[in-house]
Design a protein around this ligand. Structure first.
Ligand SMILES: *[C@@H]1O[C@H](CO)[C@@H](O)[C@H](O)[C@H]1NC(C)=O
Ligand SMILES: *[C@@H]1O[C@H](CO)[C@@H](O)[C@H](O)[C@H]1NC(C)=O
Ligand SMILES: *[C@@H]1O[C@H](CO)[C@@H](O)[C@H](O)[C@H]1NC(C)=O
Ligand SMILES: *[C@@H]1O[C@H](CO)[C@@H](O)[C@H](O)[C@H]1NC(C)=O
Ligand SMILES: *[C@@H]1O[C@H](CO)[C@@H](O)[C@H](O)[C@H]1NC(C)=O
Ligand SMILES: *[C@@H]1O[C@H](CO)[C@@H](O)[C@H](O)[C@H]1NC(C)=O
Ligand SMILES: *[C@@H]1O[C@H](CO)[C@@H](O)[C@H](O)[C@H]1NC(C)=O
Ligand SMILES: *[C@@H]1O[C@H](CO)[C@@H](O)[C@H](O)[C@H]1NC(C)=O
Ligand SMILES: *[C@@H]1O[C@H](CO)[C@@H](O)[C@H](O)[C@H]1NC(C)=O
Length: 438
């Protein structure tokens, strides 16, 4: 008997019977069919997870989209765990618009001088358009900043206004120190947490420009007091860390434990960052606002119209560097170690989150930039009441109009917007009810 070294050998020259070869072929065929069935069962399985998730009665953090407005889309895919987003959209929808039930419970940690007013406007508008209930500062508008709940502590019964009768809080987007259990006490248990951070040195310069910090500008006499300060900050820092605006302020507002500010500990910082990452679905990076906002739109199942923004509260470029000198950045980096860890950690995470979104993320980004550009051209050119521009529908959005009214909200100063909301939530007499100023 010859040795068979190839298929040809077998067929022509050796004694292996043909029916053996046929059997091998048949075996392969059957395996293939079985494999296909198993794979398709896997998809059915995914579908049923989605269906049962959608039906969950406990899910009160969702806006039920009116079926009739969702032309031709099968609702069953609509609440989409992040992992299957794009795949499911392609499988089940020709248009790929995620008109899913919008998340309505959001806590936004509004970090000082981190371009957070720009992001805050999105939350204010979203809640305003739907009559949602906001957590508001008990600060009397005529005396303080009603956008600050507290700069020294987390939410307490006394620093916020009580929730209106029969309502629960939906949205928090004012300045306050983060503390998970305090936030959880006041907000629904399905609240999605969103944070924001800014490149620390930029945030520092913005702070110098914005606040007139006595411990720097009054107490140091020099041409560039901040340059003197940053070379030996401990010499000038206020006694309480909460009254400092330049001692790792972003980490402070994210609720880092105080002992880390005097003694840095790499492994503990790492643990805290991982904990924060598990609590915050997204931390917006100010320098990548558009990317961050698109991710947020996807995570919250909001429309493009919901997340359009104009740049708010942005300082003029020429003012930016007026208090700093060369080399200050180097000293700041040594001083603001916690802020740099925080920023770099969430910058890395944002990049990974964007990578997870797949290639259509960039397409949406390009469209979003164009929509923003058209919106700001329209809104900043003094439109008349009744005028509007239309944005066509796309893979990521229904068609919508940018109206004069929307421009007013997009450009509204935050204190004015908060006052509007306050009056709607508590009635026009609120200012009298909660202050001594009538
Ligand atoms: C929507 O999906 C469900 C579940 O997969 C299916 O039973 C139903 O027939 C679909 N409806 C349409 C209009 O395609
Ligand atoms: C919001 O609430 C007010 C008063 O509770 C009500 O008059 C108004 O119609 C509501 N608006 C929307 C859009 O639900
Ligand atoms: C967070 O808030 C809880 C009460 O809600 C309090 O017991 C705890 O001490 C706070 N943690 C910090 C670090 O302030
Ligand atoms: C979340 O809150 C809802 C409504 O307040 C409640 O019915 C539900 O049991 C809570 N879920 C969890 C996991 O605590
Ligand atoms: C400025 O320095 C004085 C004297 O050292 C000190 O008492 C005061 O608290 C400092 N002011 C600030 C705002 O830190
Ligand atoms: C740093 O933190 C880790 C983890 O919390 C702890 O085990 C360790 O003792 C700390 N190191 C110092 C020097 O405090
Ligand atoms: C933006 O405006 C330009 C000029 O009017 C227009 O050609 C373009 O289609 C608009 N883009 C969008 C997304 O509406
Ligand atoms: C929107 O779509 C319509 C019809 O498809 C088209 O005529 C129009 O030019 C589009 N507008 C913009 C701004 O792209
Ligand atoms: C945009 O406004 C026009 C005119 O008021 C209206 O006919 C159209 O339906 C609006 N489009 C959307 C998507 O709301």
């Amino acid at each position: 008997m010859k040795k068979c070294s190839s298929f040809n050998d077998a067929k022509i020259q050796c004694n292996i019977p043909i029916h053996f070869i046929l059997r091998v072929f048949l075996f392969c065929l059957i395996s293939f069919v079985i494999l296909s069935i198993v794979l398709s069962m896997d998809q059915t399985y995914q579908g049923s997870i989605l269906l049962s998730y959608q039906k969950s009665p406990r899910d009160n953090n969702r806006e039920i989209t009116d079926q009739s407005t969702v032309k031709g889309l099968n609702q069953s895919f609509i609440i989409i765990p992040k992992e299957v987003t794009t795949k499911q959209l392609i499988l089940t929808s020709t248009k790929g618009i995620d008109l899913g039930n919008k998340v309505r419970h959001v806590a936004f940690l509004k970090v000082h001088k981190a371009a957070s007013s720009t992001a805050q406007n999105i939350f204010l508008r979203f809640g305003w358009a739907r009559n949602l209930t906001f957590v508001l500062s008990s600060t009397k508008i005529k005396f303080g900043y009603s956008n600050v709940i507290s700069s020294t502590e987390s939410l307490t019964k006394s620093n916020i206004l009580p929730k209106p009768n029969g309502k629960h809080f939906d949205i928090l987007c004012n300045h306050v120190i983060y503390n998970k259990s305090a936030f959880e006490y006041f907000l629904p248990n399905d609240t999605i947490y969103i944070g924001i951070v800014r490149e620390p040195y930029e945030q520092y310069k913005s702070t110098l420009n914005y606040f007139h910090l006595g411990y720097i500008f009054k107490n140091i006499t020099a041409d560039f007091p901040a340059s003197v300060y940053i070379r030996d900050p401990l010499k000038y820092e206020p006694l309480s860390i909460f009254t400092s605006w330049t001692n790792n302020r972003q980490a402070l507002e994210f609720g880092f434990p105080l002992h880390l500010f005097s003694k840095f500990n790499t492994s503990e910082v790492k643990l805290i960052l991982e904990k924060l990452a598990s609590e915050f679905k997204l931390v917006i990076i100010s320098e990548q606002m558009e990317e961050s906002v698109i991710l947020m739109r996807r995570y919250l199942h909001w429309n493009m119209k919901d997340v359009v923004f104009l740049d708010q509260n942005v300082a003029l470029k020429r003012k930016k560097n007026r208090f700093v000198q060369p080399h200050d950045r180097h000293f700041y980096r040594k001083w603001a170690k916690l802020d740099y860890e925080l920023y770099e950690f969430f910058l890395r995470r944002l990049r990974a989150q964007i990578r997870d979104q797949g290639p259509d993320f960039d397409d949406e980004l390009i469209l979003f930039k164009e929509v923003r550009k058209n919106t700001s051209i329209f809104c900043l050119n003094d439109p008349k009441e009744g005028e509007f521009i239309s944005i066509n529908e796309s893979r990521w959005s229904e068609s919508f109009n940018i109206t004069w009214e929307l421009c007013q909200l997009l450009m509204m100063e935050e204190l004015k917007f908060l006052q509007k909301i306050r009056e709607r939530q508590y009635g026009p007499m609120d200012i009298c009810r909660f202050s001594n100023h009538c």
